[in-house]
Design a binder for this molecule. Structure first.
Ligand code: PLP
Length: 384
């Protein structure tokens, strides 16, 4: 089938695979402890990877803490910042955040005496900045707002939120997992104190991500047991995976502007073909807000997305989001945007990526149109 699920994961870029294979074949010792040549080689690889990750977001190399992925990075950011502070603690986040932000916040609220406010969004998925400012209290320690949403692609205004955090002296964390492949994020210019990222959304390997932690930010580790990564995240680092993430970040700086153009062209083509055939039967979610070009959230009127996917065996895509499609819960993101449950049930997410071709988009659009018409015709036949 044609892969159209790039928000769930991206295929490994062969250049990244090569760097990782070289690293695996050319034995490097423990990068943290060894005094011999092998260990030194490993350490150099890790440092190079840190340099590349840091350069992508304008951080300093030692501010990059490797993790097993963005779920861990988000947990470390939220739990780690809350636990490093005493007294009344208040955290502001958003209703459309990823579960790996929402659930640690639930835990903090239920078990660790932290007050949490989740800001609503408008029908385009955007947080209102005046409301955000009004939500700030004297005890607010952190604002955590994602860069781009994984279901709709909608991008929040990081510069403006960073400015608010700077003026009010509040830490700012952003989950930038879905944004980094196409959007330029500068942690200094945007006053971001913590940023989560994941390699498998950037054409790199699964199982590795990072948390940027601005110099001087107090953070309590989740794990205990070693001095690696300044004890913020102890444990021997997987050298090959780190080099994979580093190479992914290095390549993004090379291809980002071309990638944007490529994806914007494909997106426009896809939407234009679907609209030409289906008109008002489809609705684009979050289209009026700034969004990443690779994510198209579409609501189909009068059918269930599950049925549509069933009719599309040649296309690998998701309903609302990968997470909600496994939990069976209706998307909390679309609900926060004011959609009713019928529309939510009729929503699919089309994810296009670097390897996607014009021919694939044409084929996908034609398949979707045919499948939709078949379903609508079937629904119209009265059952006996
Ligand atoms: N945050 C967002 C916005 C995501 O889309 C994902 C991926 O599903 C994650 C966090 C979790 O990332 P990982 O798979 O690296 O744990």
């Amino acid at each position: 089938p044609i892969y159209l699920d790039y928000q769930a994961s991206t295929p490994l870029d062969h250049r990244i695979e090569k760097v990782m294979t070289d690293c695996l074949q050319d034995f490097t010792g423990n990068p943290h402890s060894s005094t011999h040549r092998f260990g030194h080689q490993g350490r150099r690889k890790i440092e190079e990877a840190q340099d590349h990750v840091a350069a992508l977001i304008n951080a300093r190399p030692h501010e990059i803490i490797f993790t097993a992925g963005a779920t861990e990075a988000n947990n470390l950011a939220l739990l780690g910042i809350a636990r490093a502070r005493t007294g009344p603690r208040h955290i502001i986040s958003g209703q459309t955040e990823h579960e790996s932000v929402l659930q640690p916040l639930d835990h903090l609220a239920a078990q660790e005496n932290v007050t949490v406010t989740l800001q609503p969004v408008d029908k385009n998925g955007l947080i209102n900045l005046d409301d955000l400012m009004s939500a700030i209290r004297p005890e607010t320690i952190l604002i955590s707002i994602m860069a781009a949403n994984n279901e709709t692609g909608v991008c929040q205004n990081l510069s403006a939120i960073g400015q608010i955090c700077k003026e009010r002296r509040i830490l700012f964390h952003t989950d930038a997992v879905q944004a980094l492949a196409t959007e330029k994020i500068d942690v200094r210019a945007m006053n971001i104190s913590l940023l989560s990222l994941s390699a498998h959304k950037l054409y790199g390997p699964m199982g590795i991500g990072a948390l940027y932690v601005r110099d001087g930010t107090e953070i309590t580790p989740l794990l205990h047991g070693g001095a690696q990564q300044r004890s913020i995240r102890p444990g021997t680092l997987p050298t090959a995976l780190c080099t994979g993430l580093g190479e992914a970040c290095r390549l993004i700086r090379e291809y980002r502007s071309n990638a944007r153009e490529h994806l914007q062209g494909l997106r426009a083509r896809l939407i234009q073909r679907l609209e030409a055939e289906l008109g008002n039967a489809i609705e684009l979610n979050g289209e009026e807000a700034p969004h990443i070009p690779g994510c198209v959230s579409l609501t189909f009127k009068g059918i269930e997305a599950e049925d549509l996917l069933h009719e599309l065996p040649d296309l690998a895509l998701s309903t609302g989001s990968a997470c909600s499609s496994t939990s069976g819960e209706p998307s909390h993101v679309l609900r926060a945007m004011g959609q009713n449950s019928i529309d939510i049930a009729g929503t699919i997410r089309l994810g296009i990526g670097q390897p996607t071709t014009v021919a694939e988009v044409n084929y996908a659009a034609a398949q979707i149109v045919t499948a939709y018409r078949r379903l609508i015709a079937g629904n119209a036949i009265p059952s006996k």
